[in-house]
Write a protein that binds this ligand. Sequence first.
Ligand SMILES: Nc1nc2c(ncn2[C@@H]2O[C@H](COP(=O)(O)OP(=O)(O)OP(=O)(O)O)[C@@H](O)[C@H]2O)c(=O)[nH]1
Ligand SMILES: [Mg+2]
Length: 416
Amino acid sequence: MVDNAILVISDLQDIVEAENNTIEMNLLCESAGVHVIEEYHFKRQKPDPNYHMGTGHADMLSTVIAEIHADVIIFSEDLSPAQIRNLERVTDCRVVDRTQLILDIFAQRAKSNEGKIQVELAQLQYLLPRLTGKGIEMSRIGGGSGGGVATRGPGETKLETDRRRIKDKITNLKKDLDIAVKQRQISSKERLNSNIPLVSLIGYTSAGKSTLLNKLSNESVFADKMLFATLDPVTRRVAIPLMSDIFLTDTVGFLSRLPHGIIAAFRSTLEETKNADILIHVVDATHHDMEGQIDSVNKVLKELKWLDKPVIMAFNKIDKLDSTDFLREIIANYKYSTYISALTGDGIENLFNVLKEVILTLMLPIKIMLPFDKGDLLAICYKHGKVTKCEHLDTGTYIEVSLPQEITYYFQDYKV
Ligand SMILES: Nc1nc2c(ncn2[C@@H]2O[C@H](COP(=O)(O)OP(=O)(O)OP(=O)(O)O)[C@@H](O)[C@H]2O)c(=O)[nH]1
Ligand SMILES: [Mg+2]
């Protein structure tokens, strides 16, 4: 069933930001399979506690909805439980806020058991506070895929389901998620112990991460212009010419103003990336708000506390650009960066070269026994590495140290 929606947009003060927000909300609707038949814009300094938009606008909205016969209101902001209830009462139309819309897209994309559980958990956790008081129509969740936008995902929940049952379901889902995570961790543990660098693709949704993984691994992971095409993480072994292989992980894309609850809910999906040694930040260099997208991704990185990892900026889709001159100034801000076209493969060689450079700086843990006359090597350990154990034994000095890969070569003969 395709929903005919009225997209209600709370216009941001900044004109450019407002425009970007409108474009992105339309893309989100399209990605959720919602047909936008009308846009309704309003501006407000401070959200109204009852309707978010003020009574006058709420009344006007009701009139418009009655005229155009919209099935659903998609709201560009997140709404409180009371705001949703009030708006639904005054307009007599279902209301879906920004988080619910994003979760609906996730529900359609989740393929793995773990992904599905995460989406269901996030949906129920988001809905739970919205069931207080008189309660909201439970028909909005459950019912497989036929119930329209933001009704997909959680299975059998019916009208009569009460808060208690939802809470129980949340508890059970958390247990299921633990099991699913443990199963996945077994395979990722092998990767962790393999001494093969773990590289993760990150970036704004639709930047081209999956396309790049496909190019590098000759695979066909789903890539599409829809936002959030990827939800479940995928890891592939990729050979880098004249160097060791890497494990490359593709995962969910980021979005500006990604609701906090969503990031928390997808920690398990992002866990593969948490263990990464290196991040490749894929940027759509043809996007009109490229810098805004970079900032959004960096904000999420900060929130996830991943700022300590080396990041390679990969400015993508250069096949669509007449010139890359305008990027020069931006690129100068980054230690590691490169231009690529994930689609045509242009620039991949350069990306490999930067990757090699970064891999060489990675710290590798080693255990060594140094003869007493190798004081110079001991000094190198302290100067360039992180020494975690140092014992002076009868036979020499035993050291456990993490060293940049490029200098482990000197210690080859002393490994234990
Ligand atoms: N012209 C051009 N298009 C590209 C390039 N890379 C990706 N695309 C297109 O951009 C769209 C999004 O690509 P994806 O690889 O799905 O993007 P993603 O970053 O994985 O997106 P999410 O999974 O939604 O986070 C697709 O239509 C791709 O064909 C490129 O180098 N050049
Ligand atoms: Mg993808």
